[in-house]
Design a protein around this ligand. Structure first.
Ligand code: CP
Length: 330
């Protein structure tokens, strides 16, 4: 009699022998962009493209039928939470939504480790957003099921960075040799922290444009410099707008400021208007992780270079790919 040998952490039970390309992601956490190689990115984007095609052709299919996602959000979210829900449901799975932790036992003082140990009894994968940096890593330490970081305070937002990069490739056909300008709140913006790190896998130039008190953290600049990234800092957009291929705009995050006078002093410093767009390349794209609160004028939305709504849609396909991969079905 042959006894059943369960698959190892890196061996998907669903893939045929000889096709284990995505198996390295099976059962794995997604905590930081630093865990990805350029080869990984190519693989993820290949799966995401297939997901886009399947959604366009048939909408919903049963790749993850029977699988359950726990969506655990300690901070507000529209896009990340609903795109993970949509991704799971389009793949035939289902979702335990905990978007209001105050209605869960967290409000009774339950710790994060106990909360994830509870949810993994009922779910196959946990997506977590939390206001503290390192919280997703803490959750992963206590969970045996995959944890996906959907934003840990001012730390990282790795799935956003992947969908941002997927958007750049979809829009411009390449990443190497581009000049990418990040604008706004670079101090607290976890999306720019993740995206700038992910871009170290490519040959790009990074410009940082921000008010003085919202500069990119020096430790991130040092980390990127050690990986060979060409970086420059500015306090106005004027010197770089005409040379920029990707303008990545971020919101000044009121909720991160300890002193509200500081917030008032910098909000509205940068607003992208049609006049700003007149100075940009014909093929430049404008991106924004959203939500926006006035830093891109609505008049820009009709400009074909405004890619932020297409960027948001990319989130669905990239998150479908990631769920399928960590659950061993990609
Ligand atoms: N981009 C992003 O993280 O949006 P949400 O806060 O709405 O999830």
């Amino acid at each position: 009699m042959t006894s059943y040998i369960p698959p190892s952490k890196n061996q998907s039970p669903y893939l045929p022998f000889g096709d284990q390309r995505g198996a390295q992601f099976y059962g794995k956490d997604i905590l930081s962009v630093n865990q990805f190689s350029r080869h990984d990115i190519e693989y993820i984007f290949g799966v995401a493209k297939e997901m886009r095609e399947m959604v366009t052709r048939i909408g919903t299919f049963d790749l993850l039928k029977g699988k359950i996602l726990a969506n655990l959000f300690y901070e507000p979210s529209t896009r990340t939470s609903s795109s993970f829900t949509s991704a799971m449901e389009r793949l035939g799975g289902s979702v335990i939504p905990i978007n209001e932790v105050r209605y869960s036992s967290v409000s009774k003082g339950e710790s994060l480790p106990d909360t994830v140990r509870t949810l993994e009894c009922y779910a196959d994968v946990i997506v977590i957003r939390h206001p503290e940096m390192g919280s997703a890593a803490l959750a992963a330490k206590y969970a045996s099921k995959p944890i996906i970081n959907a934003g840990d305070g001012v730390g990282e937002h790795p799935t956003q960075a992947l969908l941002d990069l997927f958007t750049i490739v979809s829009e411009l056909g390449k990443v190497d040799e581009l000049t990418i300008t990040m604008l706004g709140d670079l101090k607290y913006g976890r999306t720019v922290h993740s995206l700038s790190r992910l871009l170290t896998l490519f040959k790009v130039k990074l410009n940082y444009v921000s008010p003085e008190i919202l500069r990119m953290p020096p430790e991130i600049i040092t980390e990127l410099k050690s990986k060979g990234m060409v970086q420059a800092e500015y306090n106005t957009l004027d010197p770089v707008i005409s040379k920029t291929d990707v303008l990545y705009v971020t919101r000044v995050q009121k909720e991160r400021f300890e002193n509200q006078d500081d917030y008032e002093s910098v909000k509205g410093t940068f607003v992208i208007t049609p006049e700003v767009m007149d100075q940009a390349k014909d093929k430049m794209i404008v991106m924004h992780p959203l939500p926006r609160v006035g830093e891109i004028a609505m008049e820009v939305d009709d400009d074909p270079r405004a890619a932020y709504f297409r960027q948001m849609e990319s989130g669905l396909y990239v998150r479908m790919a990631l769920l399928a991969m960590v659950l061993g079905k990609a």
